[in-house]
Design a binder for this molecule. Structure first.
Ligand SMILES: [Zn+2]
Length: 367
């Protein structure tokens, strides 16, 4: 036994060493062809209807590949079909699926109700967690024009989709109206303080709420509505819409609408995308649901921990008739102490200048 053991252990060590060497060779040999075939990931702008939009890309067999979600910038909705492991593109009456790893698409023929398989310039691939598709071929299949300018080495796409949703950064108002808006709440630390100040000053605001916060704070939600403030949707989980499939975007909005219906019996038609970031396809989804897209034109940067003094000076500098002021109510890291301190001063200052505070609903119905 002992003899066997003595010979066994060194042999096992030797085997381990061999395993490591083998693993090293395997990794190394795998890494080299990958880098040679798929040139390392770079970023460059692609122009869509004249606007440069940066994207990761890779070149493969002479074809330009970009993440499938980048195509949302053209206005086409982009989804993932888990059952068929396919990326599904839809625009107007064109719908087709690009199965991952295949160099063909399955195209839906609407008037026949059938699918027809057609070749794709090169296979779709997964790379670094993204699904890459050959952009020229996909855009062409969506009925869009693609032009490559050799002199400046840039790609131009002309879409066939107009942005359907009206986006408001401010209102056209002759009257001195202003709307103060609160994003990301409600929560139980700052929101009650904000509501107390607004009530004391007799001023309405508009709350762009998160579905998950509505669910967690139903009493505050009821107070917001009861005290006459405007209600608006800011998604359920606060994702970057640009990085999500169209069906996820739709679900983020609709589940918040459902939560609001359940808690306060109301569904607003106002939406603000998290980070103010969205693609043309997200605007198409908003339009399908019947939501208006609300941004802002006065940003106090309260979320960054700005002092009351800084916030007040931004308000004085940037507020014009019809302004939409962006503020926040989230309690993480207690960043909003300056904003709470500033709020009574903001209200007093703007009232002194002759401004009237209104909800977004009122602001947009008063031309
Ligand atoms: Zn937000």
């Amino acid at each position: 036994m002992r003899k066997i053991n003595n010979s066994y252990f060194p042999l096992q060590l030797l085997n381990r060493k061999k395993e490591y060497i083998f693993l090293f060779i395997l990794l190394f040999s795998f890494a080299i062809p990958t880098q040679a075939n798929e040139s390392t990931l770079s970023e460059a702008p692609i122009f869509i209807d004249g606007d440069p939009i940066n994207t990761k890309y890779l070149m493969r067999n002479g074809h330009l590949l970009v993440p499938a979600l980048f195509l949302k910038n053209t206005g086409a909705t982009v989804d993932w079909d888990a059952q068929y492991r396919s990326i599904v593109f839809q625009s107007k009456n064109v719908r087709f699926a690009a199965p991952l790893g295949k160099n063909y698409t399955d195209d839906y023929i609407q008037h026949l109700g059938t699918w027809v398989r057609n070749p794709l310039a090169t296979a779709t691939i997964e790379f670094g967690g993204d699904y890459f598709v050959p952009i020229v071929d996909i855009a062409n299949k969506l009925g869009m024009k693609v032009k490559y300018d050799f002199s400046i080495n840039r790609t131009f796409i002309t879409t066939n989709i107009a942005s359907p949703t009206i986006t408001y950064r401010q209102a056209e108002s002759r009257e001195k109206l202003v709307a103060i808006t609160y994003d990301d709440g409600p929560e139980d630390y700052y929101t009650p303080q904000i509501l107390d100040i607004l009530k004391d000053k007799g001023v309405p605001a508009t709350f762009f709420v998160l579905g998950k916060q509505v669910k967690a704070n139903p009493d505050l939600m009821e107070r917001i509505v009861k005290e006459g403030h405007g209600l608006a949707n800011h998604s359920y989980n606060h994702p970057d819409l640009r990085k999500n499939w169209s069906s996820v975007v739709r679900q983020e909005i609709l589940s918040t609408q459902d939560e609001l219906q359940r808690v306060v019996g109301k569904k607003p038609d106002l939406f603000r995308p998290p980070y103010g970031a969205y693609t043309k396809a997200d605007a198409v989804v908003l339009n399908q649901i019947g939501m208006r897209n609300i941004l802002w034109n006065v940003d106090t940067l309260d979320w960054s921990g700005n002092s009351a003094e800084d916030i007040l000076s931004i308000i004085k500098r940037d507020t014009k008739p019809g302004a939409i002021i962006l503020q926040h109510n989230f309690k993480e890291n207690r960043m909003l102490d300056g904003a709470i301190e500033a709020l009574p001063q903001i209200i007093d200052e703007l009232k002194k200048q002759g401004y009237k505070f209104v909800t977004i609903q009122t602001l947009l119905s008063n031309p």
